[in-house]
Design a protein around this ligand. Structure first.
Ligand SMILES: [Zn+2]
Length: 505
């Protein structure tokens, strides 16, 4: 996600960066310009043949009442080391119900999100077939637990069928009816990532992106009123119209999520890049030219720098959204109404998430800095190598550093101490201001120091190694550190001093 809006609203926190208290200057001035060899790299083709779980989703949108009736036939492939007797699914759609423990947006973003006043939705499970029992619970009515008829052993599969109804609230958010479109992020029960501690349950924490899932294959059939256009994570396999309705079938492989955005007002512009179809959906076309160009150029740059893009399409969608933008596999939501430079910056940041979130995943609940920091630093690399956009490395690093110092100063004055550790659960952040500085600005500063330490070529080489090692997987923070230390220099100290909050910036 990009909370870029925050970058321009420090005034709301009564902060001016000029007044910030400088603890210690660690960063030296600008380094030499970066030259990265443009060698096209293959996407993680080897791992495409690995057996995966499969989502077969059939959903029907009713524009009259804003509901989505869904049938999910989920085939679980057990790639764990042990047998499982139950499956757990995150029900993110339930975060939008009245009385939810965790509000989907903080007070500061409430007005921007709830454009039509209070509005509620939810996700109701109607039935689960092919199981011994099922129940909805968790910390915030956010977990569907399905007890299996018999244990599923490693290497075996089991299918469960879930019927549900998603009611979309009127809200500019990941899931919701906006003024011009219907955002269908997290519109179905999604299997929780399985870790050593069991299934990782993800309450819809207000701060950050509370998502942690495993790559699977998708077939999605969307039934919607005729006249609507749908942006989607998937590639269109079939499309039929009858009786005032359209039915579109999509497929997507090796993806950790699937999202769609529907509208009866969309204009679509397309481009292509190395066989990938890039689509830009919008209502107001004023950012479309620059936005589509940035999507294409950044997709190409990241493919050449880190490794090939894995999906057949990439859709950038301008829609109602309370933050700057939001990433999904093969689809990015960009908040409509942004000025062109902001929409372009957001587009590049979200496109970088295709590498650092979509293809290489991580635990976004406890290590939000990992993909956000890499997305921010990749954005810097893109702009540095495409100077026509008007950004420089020095300016981006300087902006992050000043913002971070301002945060440190304010929190120090307020509390007498500042928690600057980076591996933290989303619920332990006091709000977006702290989260933005710890998960975006601080790791951006860290990656710049790492780059100065190993040199430009080795730096991008480390990121390529990281991409290759974890494509379509979830990478622990230690995996990222190992990819850098393998470059031949002991960089663990730098990582640890930042992660553990020991370094003074
Ligand atoms: Zn982001």
């Amino acid at each position: 996600m990009l909370k870029k809006v925050l970058r321009r609203t420090f005034g709301a926190y009564n902060i001016t960066v000029e007044r910030c208290y400088v603890k210690k200057l660690l960063l030296t001035a600008v380094a030499a310009s970066l030259i990265i060899s443009a060698v096209p790299l293959a996407a993680c083709s080897k791992k495409k043949t690995e057996p995966r779980s499969n989502y077969d989703l059939s959903v029907s949108y009713n524009a009259e009442d804003g509901t989505l009736a869904g049938e999910e036939s989920f085939t679980f492939y057990n790639s764990c080391q042990n047998e499982l007797t139950e499956l757990k699914f995150n029900l993110y759609g339930n975060a939008f119900r009245e009385g939810a423990k965790y509000k989907p947006v903080s007070e500061s973003f409430k007005t921007r999100a709830y454009y039509a006043g209070e509005s509620y939705g939810g996700l109701t499970i109607s039935s689960v077939e092919n199981c011994a029992n099922w129940s909805v619970g968790g910390e915030d009515e956010n977990i569907l637990t399905v007890e299996l008829n018999s244990p599923v052993y490693p290497g075996e599969s089991v299918q469960v069928d879930i019927d549900y109804v998603l009611t979309a609230a009127k809200i500019n958010h990941r899931t919701g009816i906006t003024q011009n479109a219907v955002n269908l992020g997290n519109f179905y029960p999604v299997l929780c990532a399985y870790t050593e501690g069991g299934f990782a349950e993800c309450p819809y924490y207000t701060c950050g992106d509370p998502f942690y899932s495993t790559c699977a294959n998708y077939t999605v059939t969307l039934d919607m009123p005729e006249g609507y256009t749908a942006a989607s994570s998937g590639e269109v396999k079939d499309s039929q119209t009858s009786g005032g309705r359209q039915k579109v079938t999509y497929s997507l492989e090796n993806a950790r999520d699937f999202a769609m955005v529907l509208s009866d007002k969309f204009t679509v512009k397309t481009e292509s890049c190395n066989g990938v179809e890039i689509k830009y959906y919008c209502v107001d076309e004023s950012n479309a030219g620059e936005g589509l160009k940035a999507a294409k150029e950044s997709l190409e740059y990241f493919s050449q720098t880190f490794g090939g893009y894995a999906y057949p399409t990439y859709s950038v969608v301008e829609t109602g959204f309370c933050y700057g933008g939001m990433e999904y596999p093969a689809l990015s939501m960009i908040a409509e109404g942004q000025k062109t430079p902001d929409a372009v910056y957001t587009t590049v940041h979200e496109t970088a998430h295709q590498w650092w979130y979509a293809m290489v995943g991580n635990d976004q609940i406890n290590c939000g800095w990992q993909d956000e920091g890499l997305a921010e630093y990749s954005t810097l690399l893109f702009f540095e190598n495409n100077p026509d956009y008007g950004y420089t490395r020095a300016a981006i690093v300087d902006s992050a550093t000043r913002a971070y110092r301002a945060f440190f100063s304010v929190y120090n004055q307020l509390n007498g101490k500042v928690d600057t550790t980076m591996n933290r659960c989303l619920k332990d952040f006091s709000g977006e201001f702290e989260y933005t500085n710890i998960a975006y600005n601080k790791p951006l500063i860290m990656f710049d120091i790492l780059r100065k330490s190993v040199g430009d070529e080795k730096f991008t080489g480390c990121l390529r190694d990281y991409f290759n090692a974890y494509c379509f997987k979830n990478a622990p923070a230690e995996g990222l550190i190992a990819s850098f230390t393998a470059c031949g220099k002991d960089l663990e100290g730098i990582f640890n001093s930042f992660i553990e909050g020991k370094i003074l910036i």
